[in-house]
Design a protein around this ligand. Structure first.
Ligand code: BYC
Length: 335
């Protein structure tokens, strides 16, 4: 169970520091903690834009986990065996759990879950571009595990060392589960590659469609990444978007060889001088179109999510009514 102190000071109640020297003392203490690679906790003073950067990133991350359930959830009823169905149900359920740990972590920064969900449902808040593409065949489910979860692990392991304590602690468990997700996807693909020609073609086709989208998932290159410099200065992000993308390419090429698929990039080749793989140009125009809400499935994903939330209203009402009755009964018994 993900737990942490929920005793968060109310910024409005606490008010601003009484003097300019008190304010600069707080700012200095914050910077000193960051410089010493220490952790910032919910009750600690923090600059407003550190708080806002975290709320933005953590809530977007939570939304990605929740929306990320949809493309795979689509395949639960069509998984090819009982074993694959059980694995997929567990994986999709894990993603829901990740979303909940992350919403809880963001709540410690003083933003309510309702505010965050309103941002998602109104289309103001972002979620990962990768979930706006269709899952056309069963091989897509395997490729999502192998490449999408593989990219997610590469990006998320450094977040276990994020300077904000609740986010870092949530990520430890998320990463363990992502590792299982990546392996189940790769294993499902290995089985398909030992099957028929049609199955192998299906794996290759899914790899072709997802490869470039997964490289874009790491976010824009440094020159187009307005948040990176400060996020790295503050120890929120530890490794740049480009460096993580390179690490992902280097780790994935040998996996593709073992699997027996070709990565769809004629420029992909080992560079002896750099000791890394070179790779071709990512279509950033397509990425930004998708991020702006105009990818192939953006509207469908958001509509499904909004419907699920409004269909679930009775469950939230019932839980609240139960909590209220339980509290009243406990008070009556105590009196
Ligand atoms: N998609 O300055 P930048 C999963 C936006 S869930 C959409 O580099 P930052 C899984 C960015 O938000 C995986 N938007 O930003 C779940 C910013 O726009 P705003 C989700 C993107 O924050 C279920 C603008 O571009 N992982 O694995 O420093 C099933 C400029 O970017 C994307 C996380 O969320 C994108 N791909 O860096 C299976 C990890 N990339 O906010 C799997 C946590 C960039 O100014 N997040 N943008 O409007 C991060 O590590 C960072 O937020 C990012 C972006 C690397 C994503």
């Amino acid at each position: 169970m993900y737990t942490q102190s929920m005793d968060i000071p109310d910024a409005a109640e606490k008010g601003p520091p009484e003097s300019a020297s008190a304010a600069s003392e707080l700012a200095n203490a914050f910077e000193a903690r960051i410089d010493a690679d220490g952790r910032i906790e919910p009750q600690d003073w923090m600059p407003d834009n550190y708080r806002q950067t975290l709320v933005r990133q953590i809530s977007q991350h939570a939304h990605s986990e929740i929306v990320g359930m949809l493309p795979e959830g689509n395949w639960i009823s069509r998984a090819p065996s009982l074993k694959r169905k059980a694995i997929l149900i567990a994986k999709v359920q894990d993603e829901a759990g990740h979303g909940l740990y992350l919403y809880s972590a963001a709540e410690t920064l003083g933003t309510s879950r309702e505010q965050m969900l309103e941002g998602l449902h109104s289309g103001r808040a972002k979620y990962s571009s990768i979930f706006n593409y269709p899952t056309l065949t069963w091989a897509d489910v395997g490729v999502i595990g192998w490449l999408v979860d593989g990219a997610a692990i590469m990006n998320q392991v450094p977040l276990c060392r994020c300077s904000y304590g609740p986010y870092a602690r949530a990520m430890v468990r998320v990463c363990k589960e992502e590792s299982f997700h990546q392996r189940q996807g790769y294993e499902a693909l290995l089985v398909m590659m030992k099957g028929t020609d049609e199955q192998r073609a299906m794996v290759q086709d899914a790899t072709n469609r997802y490869w470039w989208k997964c490289l874009a998932m790491f976010g824009p290159p440094a020159a187009d990444s307005p948040h990176s410099a400060l996020a790295m200065r503050w120890g929120i992000k530890r490794i740049s978007n480009d460096e993580l993308r390179q690490k992902f390419v280097d780790a994935t090429v040998p996996q593709a060889k073992v699997l027996g698929v070709t990565l769809p990039d004629p420029d992909l080749k080992w560079n002896e001088a750099r000791q890394h793989y070179d790779y071709g140009e990512i279509d950033w125009q397509e990425f930004w179109t998708t991020v702006a809400g105009n990818g192939p499935c953006n509207k469908e994903r958001l509509a499904t999510r909004v419907k699920a939330h409004s269909d679930g209203q009775w469950v939230r009402d019932a839980a609240m009514a139960y909590a209220r009755k339980y509290r009243e009964r406990t008070i009556t018994e105590a009196v």
